[in-house]
Design a protein around this ligand. Structure first.
Ligand code: SF4
Length: 409
């Protein structure tokens, strides 16, 4: 297929495809699916070999958020029966982090629900990071606290944070249909603040919220332009008790096409399969590893993933290997850009924002459900929806942080 030959050649050179080419990936048929995966796999192996980076989520503060992100089980008014608790103490968070690192995670992601942190919250996270790094100085820490105010990113950087996550989630055009309490521009601003302070930017998207192919392509190109070092791809988990509880729009094939499109647009960027991996890719998860080079180990913020050992077995069985603490994630030329940005106090280019997560969108969570993005009556359905609700696939987290039970790692 000419399209895939073109995309592979561009990806191997680190070049970004055109918008039309990205859209064409999403329009491929099931008969072409393995060819699409193989083409994206060549690009993935060119820049990331057969390594899989493992990340481990620690939900520092769960539920009771004043924001109204439609996809989120922690949102204002959510009836989802998730764990709700206030800030973990530093030693509690460090215990959870230790379990993830012992399970093979290289990065720990510290996430808290809420619009954004107070300065006191930054103090709490500073103490938590110190406790984690005292036990394991090599662990990477990504922080996800929502919308940042001036100087908070600098404080997190000085306290030892390596990265900040704040997802764009969806296109600028549809953002208002998903969330009313903050804007797409707010999110971009926080990514830019984080990047400007020298933090590695982690910013991604949520697919399956009723968006069009154009929306998906828009947000993925926006992430590329913002210079996100890692792009978490969340697949909406339609939580009972949230506005998007009935939005079952994804199939495993659709998820693989989305991952491939994200890989072609971000050939040399960490692409992470995030929340919804087990729910939507199901038995096709190993094919996702041929495209993405990063996953979350174990559980998500408010939902449970498959057993950590099952993640490790899947990686090994598919012929991949867990990325070690001493191995660089990004290819050298990308790492150079990130280091230059950090030395200069910010990228200063269009590569500025991304990160994500809460504050209006906890990113890699997994406790999401969404609100149908603005319905475009003229737009073709992106994919055939599931015939039935599959709420049996959504398992609320009942172990790990905030409970007396051991974490899944
Ligand atoms: S995504 Fe973050 S900001 Fe939005 S409702 Fe959930 S916890 Fe609150």
């Amino acid at each position: 297929m000419d399209l895939l030959d073109t995309l592979t050649a561009k990806g191997l050179r680190g070049e970004v495809p055109t918008r039309e080419e990205a859209l064409a990936v999403l329009a491929t048929t099931d008969d072409e699916l393995l060819d699409v995966v193989a083409a994206a796999g060549k690009v993935r192996r060119r820049w990331f070999g057969r390594r899989v980076k493992l990340n481990y989520l620690v939900n520092l503060k769960s539920g009771l958020c004043p924001e109204d992100c439609s996809y989120c089980s922690q949102r204002l008014g959510s009836k989802a029966e998730i764990l709700k608790y206030t800030w973990l103490k530093p030693d509690q968070a460090a215990d959870a982090a230790r379990a993830g690192v012992a399970g093979g995670a290289k990065r720990v992601c510290l996430v808290a629900s809420g619009r954004g942190p107070t300065d006191r919250d930054i103090d709490r996270v500073t103490d938590t990071m110190a406790a984690i790094k005292e036990a394991d100085p090599a662990v990477e820490i990504c922080v996800c606290l929502g919308l940042l105010s001036d100087n908070q990113a600098e404080r997190l950087k000085a306290a030892g944070a390596d990265a900040y996550n704040h997802n764009l989630n969806t296109s600028e055009n549809t953002y208002g249909a998903i969330t009313k309490t903050h804007t797409y521009a707010d999110r971009v601003d926080t990514v830019q603040k984080a990047h400007g302070a020298g933090l590695s930017a982690c910013s991604g998207l949520i697919a399956g919220m009723g968006e069009t192919d154009e929306d998906l392509v828009d947000v993925v190109f926006a992430l590329r332009e913002l210079g996100s070092d890692s792009v978490p791809v969340n697949f909406l988990i339609p939580f009972e008790g949230t506005p998007l509880a009935k939005e079952w729009n994804l199939t495993p094939q659709r998820c693989l096409r989305i991952l491939a499109m994200v890989r072609f647009v971000n050939p040399d960027t960490e692409v992470r399969i995030a929340g919804g991996r087990e729910v939507h890719l199901r038995t096709m998860q190993p094919l996702g590893l041929h495209i993405a080079n990063s996953i979350f180990l174990g559980d998500y913020l408010t939902s449970e993933g498959q057993a950590g050992q099952a993640d490790l077995d899947m990686i090994k069985d598919a012929g991949f290997e867990v990325e070690g603490a001493g191995e660089a994630t990004l290819p050298r030329h990308r790492a150079d850009i990130a280091e230059a940005a950090q030395a200069g106090g910010g990228c200063g280019t269009a590569a500025a924002a991304s990160a994500c997560g809460s504050g209006g969108g906890c990113g890699p969570c997994g406790g999401h459900s969404h609100a149908p993005a603005q319905a475009d009556a003229d737009a073709p359905a992106a994919e055939e929806p599931e015939d039935e609700l599959r709420s049996d696939l959504v398992k609320v987290r009942r172990r790990g942080a905030g409970t007396e039970l051991a974490p899944n790692a």
